[in-house]
Write a protein that binds this ligand. Structure first.
Ligand SMILES: CC(C)(COP(=O)(O)OP(=O)(O)OC[C@H]1O[C@@H](n2cnc3c(N)ncnc32)[C@H](O)[C@@H]1OP(=O)(O)O)[C@@H](O)C(=O)NCCC(=O)NCCS
Length: 171
């Protein structure tokens, strides 16, 4: 078994202005733009933990809890909550901040799974995680239940993959 690492060692933080080009016709942030930030910061946490190249295996969900308005800022925080053999669960928290008043709102949360790859390009072992804070412990303890749900969903996806065709829709 690889030497365990503290959750804090994988923590990553990113802040960005929400500019007009990041928003839709309602003046709130595009979901896709935020999802790209989430995937990017989660990958940084995954590589910090594994110190190996990683790929996104899946995103459980991105829960948009609050609209993010143009002119505010978003602050994303991510860390590895739990690992299995070659996979890592990453939690990302998105806070939006009205920079003029300082009011902060939890705008979105997401759980993603990344897999570390060895030199042969195949999944390779990752270190276990040591949680320290109450939030980290809660997320670590609840992770196996999310892992089980993910396993069922993955089996479903593989079953569907047998059915879906790769034919062009107009043929
Ligand atoms: C993710 C990937 C490396 C898994 O490879 P695989 O040959 O299916 O390997 P395995 O079935 O042995 O699974 C390896 C690990 O990945 C996990 N995994 C695989 N698919 C998963 C999924 N959809 N969701 C969550 N975990 C998944 C497995 O649970 C396993 O974890 P464990 O070792 O901790 O138990 C492979 O499917 C892949 O390369 N996918 C494309 C990734 C990619 O390109 N991402 C960017 C998208 S644009």
């Amino acid at each position: 078994m690889l030497e365990p690492k503290y959750v804090n060692e994988s923590r990553a933080v990113k802040s960005a202005h929400v500019l007009p080009q990041d928003t839709n016709q309602y003046n709130t942030m595009f979901g896709g733009k935020l999802m790209s930030y989430i995937d990017d910061i989660a990958a940084i946490s995954a590589v910090r933990h594994a110190r190996k190249p990683v790929v996104t295996a899946s995103t459980d969900s991105v829960d948009f809890l609050h609209p993010i308005k143009a002119g505010t800022s978003v602050c994303l925080e991510s860390f590895v909550t739990w690992t299995h053999k070659t996979s890592m669960e990453i939690f990302v928290k998105v806070i939006s901040e009205d920079l003029l008043t300082g009011k902060r709102v939890l705008a979105a949360t997401s759980f993603l799974t990344f897999v570390a790859l060895g030199e042969d390009g195949r999944p390779t072992e990752v270190p276990p995680v040591i949680p320290e804070t109450d939030e980290e412990i809660m997320l670590h303890e609840s992770a196996p239940a999310r892992h089980e749900i993910r396993k069922l969903r993955k089996e479903d996806s593989r079953r569907f993959a047998q059915i879906f065709t790769t034919k062009k829709p107009w043929e």
